[in-house]
Structures are given as structure tokens and as C-alpha cells.
Design a binder for this molecule. Structure first.
Ligand code: UDP
Length: 327
């Protein structure tokens, strides 16, 4: 059985990845500092608590588990936060990832799957966002992820670190079996905040800006189901196992939905109204981020199964009503 070191395995996407890895016959070893993750979410393999910036701890974990590959999810990932505290993002995301990458190379673990983001593209007028689109991130979150992509390329050239980079669009939904789900502290993402507003856990939702150059004035995003997203990661491991080159893949569906369209969809899934007010734009937000690429479908054979907006909101709603972590 192959062992995969999963950084951020106690977080939203990492925990879903661990479940998918275990189901595909891998042993996922979670490495997480539990600052934003949940120990209760670690259910599918061993847990090692540690920080990306702690090289000694990383060396210890590589020596103990001898992973065949790394899946690197651990990161700070909030756009608003990144605008206020860029230093934190450069330190945790970039220096932390560099420390991890150096530890992997030193341990001879040379297959690496990295979670990057469409936020690396930034604002582009009427351009289809595919993997060759120029990257001009608008915030320190996107900039930190782009920098890590550059580090991976340099380490491939110097040390043979083969990598698959996935640029995620907006990840949504939850495990339909309810084992794991989305539970951030603090929560900043649209769909869980909206579900909180629907069932009265918070007063209401603020729509960040209705003066964008879009049909209804609100930002447009491409939502992809977390289970489909992690399926692509299993295919990415297979890609590396077949000794193929390093490659970048967008993970989105190609369909964009505005904030108001997501609100409408949530009304029909939950049969409840969504209390919201309109507020100012959130600094660092792009007008529209929609994937224009079918590379993951063509080259990895990726087929999203649950990524319709209705299914994503329904799965998120089920988790929202029944699932949570204690610690
Ligand atoms: N959004 C919003 N109100 C909120 C949270 C998010 O209007 O309370 C908007 C945000 O401006 C963006 C979209 O919803 O256009 C998705 O934001 P989210 O934070 O979920 O993901 P991001 O696009 O930042 O990765």
C-alpha cells in the first residue's frame, strides 16, 4: 500500500482527500497544525500534528512514514485576511511550503501534488481562463500560491521533484455520506455563510458589491464539488505514478454563477428565504473567475459527477444540518 503525506488533512478539502485516498487503496498520513483544522476530521489514516514551518518535525514524519508522495493542502486561504495580513500569507504559505518541499526532497520523496488556485489569474477581461493564461493575482493569497508554483518548477529542474498543480475554482459541497464536511473557523465562504443565515445561526448574509460589470452586478464564480475535486487528485497521483511530466490543471466546471444566483439556488434547495443585505465590495475580489479549460477531462480522464449547483448546495445543506466537529 502506498503512503501519501497529506498536509492539511484535518481541513475541509484535505479531509475529503484522505477519504478518497483510503477508498482508492492508499494510506493517507495527515500532517496538520490544527490551527484551522479539526482532529475529528482525521478518520482515514494516522495523524501527525505539526507545522509547515517546523523542519525538524517534518523530517521526523518523513523518516517515520516514508511517504511515496505528498499532497499539499495546508494553507491560509482567505482573500480578506490576505489583504489585511499579507506577511502571514507569505510566511505560512510560501516559507512553509518551501520548508515542506525541501524536507520532501531531502527524504527522496519526489512526487508532489499541490493545491493552487484560480486566484493566481487575477482580473482578465473576456479571457477564457485556461492553464496558459497569464497570472496576475490581486491579493496576497493568490500571490503566495503563484510563488509556490514557481518554487515547484525550480525544484523540478534542480532536484527532479515531479509535480501536479491543481488550480481550484470555488470548492463547495460536502461528503454525501456525512463523514466530513466544511467547517471553517471563522467562516468566510459564501455557501456556508448563506446556510448559517438561512437557519438563523447568523443574522444575515452581506452580498459584497452589486456594482460589478456582470449581468446582475455581483461577482461570478465557478463552483466545483469537493468530492469531484479530490477525485482529480487521485487521478493526479496516477499521472505521476505513470512517470508523466509535471503538469498544471484547472479544476472548475466552466459554468459561472453570480452571488445572487447562488442565493436563488439555495432558496429552492432549502425552501427557505435567505436574509441578506448589500454591502461594499470586498477588497481583493475579482469580477469573474470561470475555468475555460478541459485539460483535466482530456488528459486525466476527470469527470465531475456532483458539481451542479443544486447538488453542491444540497450536500452542503445536509452537512450543515447534521454534521459538525467537537475538536
Ligand atoms: N461573498 C459575499 N458575501 C460573503 C462571502 C462571499 O458576497 O459573505 C462573495 C465574494 O465576494 C465572492 C463569492 O461570494 O464573489 C465567493 O466568495 P468566497 O469567499 O466563498 O470564495 P472566493 O471566491 O473568495 O474564493
Amino acid at each position: 500500500m502506498k503512503t501519501i503525506l497529506v498536509t492539511g488533512g484535518a481541513g475541509y478539502i484535505g479531509s475529503h482527500a484522505c477519504k478518497a485516498l483510503a477508498q482508492a487503496g492508499y494510506l493517507p498520513v495527515t500532517y496538520d497544525n490544527l490551527i484551522t483544522g479539526w482532529q475529528d476530521a482525521v478518520q482515514f489514516g494516522p495523524f501527525e500534528q505539526g507545522d509547515l514551518l517546523d523542519r525538524d518535525r517534518l523530517d521526523e514524519v518523513f523518516a517515520k512514514h516514508k511517504p511515496d508522495a505528498v499532497m499539499h493542502f495546508a494553507a491560509l486561504s482567505q482573500v480578506g485576511d490576505a489583504m489585511r495580513q499579507p506577511g502571514l500569507y507569505w510566511s505560512n504559505n510560501v516559507t512553509g511550503s518551501l520548508t515542506l518541499i525541501e524536507a520532501a526532497v531531502a527524504a527522496g520523496c519526489l512526487d508532489f501534488v499541490f493545491s493552487s488556485t484560480c486566484a493566481t489569474y487575477g482580473e482578465h477581461d473576456n479571457v477564457v481562463l485556461d492553464e496558459s493564461t497569464a497570472q496576475y493575482p490581486l491579493n496576497a493569497y493568490g500571490a503566495s500560491k503563484r510563488a509556490i508554483e514557481d518554487i515547484l518548477k525550480d525544484f523540478e529542474a534542480a532536484h527532479g521533484l515531479r509535480h501536479v498543480i491543481f488550480r481550484y475554482f470555488n470548492v463547495a459541497g460536502a461528503d454525501p455520506e456525512g463523514d466530513v464536511g466544511e467547517f471553517h473557523r471563522p467562516e468566510t465562504h459564501l455557501i456556508p455563510l448563506m446556510l448559517d443565515a438561512i437557519d438563523g445561526k447568523r443574522e444575515g448574509l452581506t452580498v459584497f458589491g452589486t456594482d460589478y460589470d456582470t449581468p446582475d452586478g455581483t461577482c461570478i464564480r465557478d463552483y466545483v464539488h469537493v468530492c469531484d475535486l479530490v477525485d482529480a487528485h487521485i487521478l493526479g497521483l496516477g499521472w505521476l505514478e505513470q512517470s508523466k511530466d509535471s503538469r498544471v490543471f484547472n479544476l472548475g466546471t466552466g459554468s459561472g454563477f453570480s452571488v445572487l444566483e447562488v442565493i436563488e439556488q439555495s432558496k429552492s434547495v432549502t425552501n427557505r428565504s435567505v436574509p441578506y443585505t448589500v454591502g461594499p465590495r470586498r477588497a481583493g475580489d475579482c469580477t469573474k473567475l470561470v475555468s475555460g479549460s478541459v485539460r483535466a477531462e482530456n488528459e486525466l480522464g476527470w469527470k465531475p459527477k456532483r458539481s451542479t449547483l443544486g447538488t453542491m448546495v444540497a450536500d452542503a445543506w445536509r452537512w450543515h444540518q447534521n454534521g459538525h466537529y467537537e475538536k
